[in-house]
Design a protein around this ligand. Structure first.
Ligand code: AG3
Length: 283
């Protein structure tokens, strides 16, 4: 019997480790002014968005990341009305944000319009909220947008790529200071902050930078199978509200597959090797 031809896409997760996925079909490929963009249909994870050969999201596991980068902060704030997403051109974060009734406007600032277009076309289950009237899409540099809008947002979510190339500025102390200024007096900031296994040089400095600016700083975890090491960190800086002080019995029933009131609390429980990165007591 004939064997089907095997084509594999490999992401070099570190210089010594790759994750390989068997590809059914290359649906789209282009060089944008910012990066190389591909949408692949894979056997294991379904359709997958790849930027500069790095897996950004897949239709099978995107729910973990998008629910966790949004709902923890949105259910910590008393009544978030205006929310900004920097990056995240696929629209997954915005889709989760508008599940919150209090949200009047979700502003989505993505530097690369081609990511938005490819996601609309090939990832409809992720990008489906982009045409919602409560969503405003701005194709521009998020760093500039944050700098130019002071005291504007209740929540700012930084849904970035890895801290290489165009995203380096999204992991800088200057940017965190500008975010602090762009938030209202009880605002909350959340960023995706990479792997506690493979980014041990990044997380300590970043956490200290956020803690030097925001009165409440918390790091939390979720499991995203397609990201390096699967275990993934998010860092929250908050001016007033503490996510751990939330009465989880008051969290409204939500249509989610990973986030839940129990996860809202449990995601802040850190293994000693992660606590160590934050300069905290291990136990
Ligand atoms: N942002 C990318 C997270 C980092 C993934 N890193 C990696 N695979 N090496 C995801 C954007 C989804 N909205």
């Amino acid at each position: 019997m004939n064997q089907k031809l095997y084509l594999w896409f490999s992401e070099a997760q570190t210089k010594d480790l790759t994750l390989s996925c068997r590809v059914k079909e290359v649906l789209h490929q282009e060089e944008t002014p910012f990066q190389s963009l591909a949408v692949l249909d894979t056997e294991q994870f379904g359709r997958m968005l790849v930027l500069d050969n790095i897996i950004q999201t897949t239709v099978k596991d995107e729910f973990v990341y998008h629910e966790m980068i949004t709902h923890v902060a949105l259910n910590t704030h008393a009544a978030p009305k205006k929310v900004l997403v920097v990056g995240g051109g696929d629209g997954g974060s915005v889709r989760e944000i508008i599940k919150h009734q209090s949200v009047e406007k979700a502003v989505h600032c993505e530097i690369d319009g081609a990511v938005v277009e490819a996601s609309r076309r090939y990832l409809p289950e992720i990008s489906c909220a982009l045409d919602n009237p409560r969503v405003e899409i701005i194709i521009d540099d998020g760093i500039k947008h944050v700098r130019e809008n002071k005291n504007t947002y209740d929540i700012i979510i930084v849904d970035s790529t890895d801290p290489i190339g165009p995203a380096v500025g999204l992991f800088s102390v200057e940017f965190y200071k500008d975010i602090f200024a762009a938030l209202k007096e009880d605002g909350i900031f959340v960023a995706q902050t990479e792997s506690p296994f493979y980014n041990r040089d990044l997380i300590p400095g970043l956490y200290q930078d956020v803690a030097g600016i925001f009165p409440v700083t918390r790091l939390y975890l979720a499991v995203v199978p397609t990201y390096p090491g699967s275990l993934w960190t998010f860092t929250m800086g908050s001016k007033k509200y503490d996510p751990l002080a939330v009465d989880i019995s008051q969290i409204p029933q939500m249509d989610t597959k990973y986030y839940s009131p129990a996860i809202h609390q449990a995601c802040f429980v850190l293994p000693p090797f992660v606590k160590e990165l934050l300069g905290e007591q291990k136990k």
